[in-house]
Ligand binder design. Sequence first.
Ligand code: SF4
Length: 65
Amino acid sequence: MSCEDCFFRVNLLCALDLTEPCATFRPHEAQLQPPQQMRLVFRQERRSRAAWAFPSAQEQAALHA
Ligand code: SF4
């Protein structure tokens, strides 16, 4: 592992003049590609009951009666 193998040095993105690789060393072969994201899967079934709902008209009427 040396700065000559670092993505930043190879792509002329490093402005540091250090004698040994720093903490941001990334191997040139990695190409700094982000990890693959998880796939978004839509559920087929719907929730039968919402966690919260407006009160019904009857409940509102009873509340203000
Ligand atoms: S970023 Fe760090 S490890 Fe990479 S070339 Fe620059 S000094 Fe070296």
